[in-house]
Design a binder for this molecule. Sequence first.
Ligand code: HEM
Length: 504
Amino acid sequence: MRENIPESWLVMITVILVTAIFAKLIQFKLRKEDKSKCRLPPGRRSWPLIGDSINWYNAVASSHPPQFVEEMVKRYGKIFSCSLFGKWAVVSADPSFNRFIMQNEGRLFISSYPKSFRDLVGKNGVITVQGEQQRKLHGIASNMMRLEKLKFHFLNDIQSVMIQTLSHFHNYQVILLQDVCRKVAIHLMVNQLLGVSSESQVNEMAQLFSDFVDGCLSIPVNIPGYAYHTAMKAREKIISKINKIIEAHRQNGAPMEGNGVLGRLLEEESLPDDAVADFIINLLFAGNETTTKTMLFAVYFLTQCPRAMKQLLDEQDSLRSNSGDELLTWQDYKSMTFTQCVIDETLRLGGIAIWLMREAKENVQYQDFVIPKGCFVVPFLSAVHLDENVYSGPLNFNPWRWMEPENEEKRNWRSSPFYAPFGGGARFCPGAELARLQIALFLHSFVTTYSQEDDNTREQQLSPHDGLNTIVDKDLFLVSQFLGDQEEVEPECPTAKTQRRKQK
Ligand code: HEM
């Protein structure tokens, strides 16, 4: 028995060795096959596991997000690979490839979000669902916010909310622009999604909406005290409010709360209740922060470019005198040509939706590359918007560029590969027209109601390096100043000097 032990050890060791060699050979063969099948674009793997995640995070959280991409493009070209969050990622600053990715949504690529995000915005919402379900919900969203609906349902409501929200500031009150834009955007969302208009209800819902949006952009820790947890609680309360409106609708046969998107959704479509709630919450998430930032950047860029501010003011003043004290009409909106240029330039330079996140559904061949199934694919929209080969003086705020005939084609934000602030393909932003209307009406109210001039009255060359962080650092305080005959008091404001704009 004792003599047999070494022999059985010998057999075991041989078996282990042979198995290991076979495993290694198979692994080597698979890797070789994989490599020959998947020719990733040039790039680097960087640190094990972490890869370039930290560089990526630092860049996108900085005031100039395309920085990392610009550096990589210089080294590897417009389509490059790197390692993000433990996976290969193909990042693109190439307009045609970006378009290819967006056009092939659902076929070759699918949008990709972490579970914590899906739990918060809802599993049945248009952002998180795929395939047939996504197409159906996207169709409903586009229908709810199409031009006809904007004309009849949104135009006046937006102006009423604007008047209600902006009239709350008293003369010479120092206001932080960021807070104003956020408040306006949230109040618009409450009013237009739920149809709520009484002030107390708007305020109550606005707080819940605000908590919810904060959580979407925070670390996903579902423990009391964390923004994500507060957002989960806010989500429950918003759903309960939505369910009450649905119930009232069923009992009364008509929405109790006016004609918001929710009311019309119940009238015109037949979605299950939980899908209705997620639908509304998805619109809230997708529309709130994007609109807030565009309003904020538009005013910021204008304050740094007095010539543009003056031209915008002249355009808006002329509309005001046309319509007297009445609300603006659709015709007025359609004649805001320079305002539209300001909005386009803000969307280009401000980088509101900076990049999109996708995953390859299968091995995808593009030019000489093969992108392996499961790989992240990131169309980096703002890298194209700030490319000096596409736009002259790309870092300057120059709304007049959109009036040049050579940019006419480029400007088509529904189909242009060079200008895609609202994405493209099957996930093209269904709220694009609504957002543009809201921003135009906000600019109208803002510049015709208040005047401000901060210390920087010189015309400057702006760059996105002066992004959101700088705006907050510099505290773009505006001192509300009604354009009426009111007593002149020197405002106490640390960073902004105000002057009453000369009355016409
Ligand atoms: C200036 C403001 C806005 C910008 C820059 C913007 C930008 C975008 C972009 C780039 C996408 C595509 C996302 C992707 O492909 O993964 C998108 C999708 C979406 N947007 Fe907007 N958006 C804005 C305002 C709004 C508003 C006001 C609403 C509605 C109230 C809205 C609702 C949506 C929805 C529901 C989607 C998802 C569509 C889908 O996945 O099928 N957006 N938006």
